[in-house]
Design a protein around this ligand. Structure first.
Ligand SMILES: [Zn+2]
Length: 253
């Protein structure tokens, strides 16, 4: 199985952890970055564990927009490290911090997502998107300007018509451990075909319900698989194989 979205640079004791995760059947992880510094850290990890990591360079949208210098350095980094980068992420549009941003900053975020789309197109890389609730529709509108792009809407929360549009456009949608205890996510999963489903932990993000007080690691993926099997009326092995294949299809073999 593949964890399609994790902030790997935020974990300590990484070597021991990766060994353990591999023993437990975690084949790979998609390691996303939040800014320039963490992009460097992710690429350092990629150097150490090239087979285990799909590395992403990006800038998390739930913060102030990038300044010119950071944009410049990120694009330089992508140029020089091209061979080791499998995706652009995580990038997207702010939702939870919208109220802290001026109108001008909100507009900048939209422009910067367009900028990321252009880079992704230029480098033929998939985009890993943080674009939830009303922002999913906005992000989709921006994505449509570059129809050749493939995107992963990570931990998507959106209304059914938007979910269906995302599916029709051929993008991927992932589910976190939250699907095990949140009806909203269980309903959403019904509208996503198996061929476009991914599983992720967004680790080390903490969860509630049965995972309260449990550290978030890729070891939680098995619970997502179990729940998806129930929702899709499929055997667990089918979900296991399909989500792994989908990740490989999107992020490379
Ligand atoms: Zn994330």
């Amino acid at each position: 199985m593949i964890d399609s979205h994790i902030h790997l640079y935020q974990y300590d004791d990484i070597e021991k952890r990766i060994n353990h995760w591999q023993e437990e059947g975690v084949e790979r992880v998609v390691a996303v970055s939040n800014d320039l510094k963490s992009s460097y850290e992710t690429l350092e990890l990629k150097q150490k564990y090239p087979q285990f990591i799909y590395a992403g360079v990006g800038y998390h949208p739930e913060q102030k927009p990038m300044i010119e210098k950071e944009m410049h350095e990120l694009s330089e980094l992508i140029q020089t490290e091209k061979k080791h980068i499998s995706l652009i992420g995580e990038v997207g549009l702010p939702y939870y911090t919208l109220h802290t941003l001026t109108e001008n900053e909100q507009r900048q975020h939209m422009e910067q997502l367009q900028w990321w789309c252009e880079i992704a197109k230029l480098e033929s890389l998939p985009l890993v998107l943080h674009a939830v609730h009303s922002q999913a529709e906005q992000a989709l509108t921006i994505l449509k300007q570059t129809p050749e792009l493939k995107a992963h809407f990570h931990w998507l929360k959106a209304k059914r018509p938007v979910v269906e549009e995302i599916v029709t456009a051929g993008h991927y949608i992932s589910f976190t451990p939250e699907i095990c205890y949140r009806e909203r996510d269980q309903i959403l999963a019904q509208f996503v075909p198996l061929s476009q489903l991914l599983i992720e932990t967004d680790g080390p993000w903490p969860y509630n319900g049965p995972f309260e007080h449990i550290e978030t690691t890729p070891l939680l993926l098995v619970h997502i698989i179990q729940m998806l099997a129930e929702i899709k009326h499929e055997v667990k092995s089918k979900i296991f194989v399909e989500t792994t294949e989908n990740a490989k299809h999107l992020f490379g073999n």
